[in-house]
Design a protein. Structure first.
Length: 410
């Protein structure tokens, strides 16, 4: 790697470490009685970051370290807010982060060496359907959606893993840049989306559907299919308004939250109040009132962050997410083979749509859907699968770099 680029990455790591240590020291002093748990958590977190960063660079010197640094920085900001909100959730999230980094390294290795072993798309589709069926058969309901499995005090969201298998399915069935059997493709996509809709996870259903449309358009350049798909999405959206009570509540709360502030509009109103209270520079870490916002550790963590770090801090977070999406698109463009390129694009679209959906929901740009903000929101399933997806992108980047090196050698 170029020495200037390496120096830039090292400065970014130093900035991350400095930001984390100062923030966690402030939280250590802020808590009454004073506790050293935030400081210890910061030391553990930064140790995991540096181990993951240098270990990955040691195994693969040409790996995309920029992706890992951005993910680490966003995770750190989420941990700062979780430490501020709920110490127990903070401790668990540090453990989830460690597990996520492990999966990042593992998925990078597996993708780098085994991506060429293409399984039939039907296997990935079957895995996706099985993962989405499990919560319907054995799951528990949380937040109005039955999309969780619970065992021994732990919960897992199979749809997070299904995102990975679904993207592999789409890339496999469209790797020849054409649709061989459109009715079958449409039926298989709608089956996965329908299972999410039945479980009342409409945010997840939207993510799967939009990702499928994006991958189909990229592979085939069929504007007619894209237009038909978007029209069908509009029709399904209208139908869901009449079929699902919680969708109707969210739409009405989005259109006019002030109509019922103590009831259906409470979440979005408190979110807007928090963001407005933050202003440009924020109230300051530990000086806001995130406890007023429902589901603040998961769905509305961006609102709490905007309150205490202000518009400038929130804009910085959005910029980091934008850079991650840009990096994913860059990786997809660097890949010559259609199959890995569509995988990279699928993950990038899924990731970008999830960010847009949750941030758009908490600022009242679109209705709240209940998806989590990657890396920042509390949740083990989201954290581990987000890092796994990044590891796959990193493995694809390694493959692209090797292809370029071989081309130069030839």
């Amino acid at each position: 790697m170029d020495s200037k680029v390496e120096a830039t990455y090292n400065r970014a790591l130093s900035a991350m470490a400095l930001t984390g240590l100062i923030s966690f020291l402030l939280l250590t002093i802020f808590r009454k009685p004073v506790t050293l748990v935030p400081f210890y958590g910061a030391v553990i977190f930064l140790s995991i970051v540096f181990i993951g960063y240098f270990f990955t660079g040691w195994i693969f010197p040409s790996s995309d370290k920029f992706l890992f640094i951005l993910a680490g920085f966003l995770t750190e900001l989420g941990l700062i807010m979780l430490c501020r909100i709920n110490m127990e959730l903070f401790k668990r999230q540090v453990a989830f982060f460690a597990l996520g980094v492990g999966f990042f390294i593992l998925s990078s290795i597996l993708t780098r060496y085994f991506i060429s072993l293409e399984l039939k798309p039907v296997y990935f589709w079957g895995a996706t359907v099985a993962l989405l069926l499990l919560p319907l058969l054995f799951g528990v309901e949380k937040g109005g959606a039955k999309n969780w499995l619970a065992f021994s005090g732990f919960t897992f969201q199979p749809s997070e893993l299904a995102k990975i298998t679904f993207v592999f399915y789409l890339a496999g069935v469209l790797k020849q840049n054409k649709i061989n059997n459109f009715p079958r493709l449409a039926a298989e996509i709608l089956a996965a989306v329908g299972l999410l809709a039945i479980s009342k996870d409409l945010g997840g259903a939207m993510l799967f559907y939009i990702t499928a449309l994006a991958v189909i358009f990229t592979a085939t350049s069929r504007l007619d299919l894209t237009a038909a798909g978007l029209s069908a999405a509009g029709i399904l959206g209208v139908l869901s308004y009449f079929l699902f009570d919680h969708v109707r509540v969210r739409i009405e709360a989005w259109l006019n939250p002030w109509q019922d502030v103590p009831g259906r509009g409470y979440q979005i109103v408190q979110s807007l109040f928090a963001i407005a209270e933050g202003g440009y520079f924020g109230t300051g870490l530990g000086l806001g009132r995130p406890d007023f916002i429902p589901a603040v550790a998961t769905d509305f963590i961006f609102s709490a962050f905007a309150e205490e770090f202000g518009f400038l801090g929130a804009a910085a977070v959005i910029l980091m997410y934008f850079l991650m999406v840009y990096r994913g698109i860059k990786i997809a463009l660097r890949l010559e083979d259609s199959y890995p390129a569509l995988i990279a694009l699928g993950y990038t679209v899924m990731f970008g749509m999830q960010i847009f959906t949750i941030i758009g929901g908490v600022i009242k740009l679109i209705p709240v859907t209940g998806v989590t903000l990657p890396f920042m929101s509390y949740g083990g399933s989201s954290m581990v699968m987000s890092f796994t997806s990044l590891g796959i992108l990193n493995g694809l980047w390694l493959q692209a770099r090797e292809g370029e090196t071989d081309g130069e050698a030839a």
